[in-house]
Design a binder for this molecule. Structure first.
Ligand SMILES: [Mg+2]
Ligand SMILES: [Zn+2]
Length: 224
């Protein structure tokens, strides 16, 4: 049994949800002529290469959308959450384990999807999106904090939230998690994040869904 207090941080897109919601929304609602020209793939690869900050990338994406709130909601009803996430959230709540969702995506869909699954009381930190003249507008409530590359710097949130003696567990799947995991004691990684950990020789647990993570938390917590 580990005497340190577990504190769990979880990415949203592709981690809590099975698919990346942000990506899917832009693929669906960006101006069709831009999608045809490969504009979206291009700015995503610029972002991955580090030539665009996520602040710049998201601002460009949002301003090129054609979308109404009703259309977005209809699209959001298509997304499923990972098996075991609800159980993990309940376990954390019932056992006093702090759980914070960290996303460099958009707050609207995070709130909507969590509420839809009865997880309204989960805390999250994300960028703020709003509807404006038939497209999306974006604000960065945490944009001036952290590394300067992120719209919402996950690592900054971990460093300013964790307390002495915490055992920080981080679960994620993608590029926006690669700085955050530097502040974690235990990493759960899949997809691009797992590839990144392999490349950087970072220890991590691979996982299929949240039941794998819950099992680890329970054993660390001395419950199994
Ligand atoms: Mg993700
Ligand atoms: Zn950052």
């Amino acid at each position: 049994m580990n005497n340190n207090k577990i504190r769990l941080f979880v990415d949203f897109d592709g981690t809590i949800t099975k698919k990346d919601v942000g990506d899917a929304i832009f693929e669906r609602f960006l101006r069709p002529e831009l999608l045809e020209q490969g504009w979206h793939e291009q700015i995503i690869s610029e972002w991955i290469a580090g030539r665009l900050t996520s602040h710049e990338c998201l601002s460009r994406e949002c301003e090129q959308t054609i979308i109404t709130e009703e259309e977005l909601i209809a699209e959001l009803n298509n997304f499923e959450i990972s098996e075991g996430f609800t159980e993990t959230a309940h376990y954390c709540k019932n056992n006093g384990i702090p759980l914070l969702v960290l996303s460099d995506g958009l707050d609207y869909y995070i709130k909507y999807i969590l509420e839809k699954h009865g997880l309204d009381d989960l805390e999250y930190r994300a960028n703020h999106v709003y509807f404006s003249n038939g497209s999306l507008g974006i604000e960065f409530p945490y944009g001036d904090r952290g590394c300067g590359r992120c719209g919402n710097c996950k690592r900054w949130h971990i460093e300013t939230t964790r307390q002495d003696g915490d055992c920080v567990i981080y679960a994620g799947d993608g590029y926006s998690d690669q700085y955050a995991i530097r502040s974690a004691d235990v990493i759960f990684a899949k997809q691009d994040l797992a590839k990144y950990c392999d490349k950087e020789n970072l220890d991590y647990f691979s996982y299929d869904n949240f039941f794998d993570i819950l099992k680890h938390i329970k054993s660390d917590d001395g419950k199994v």
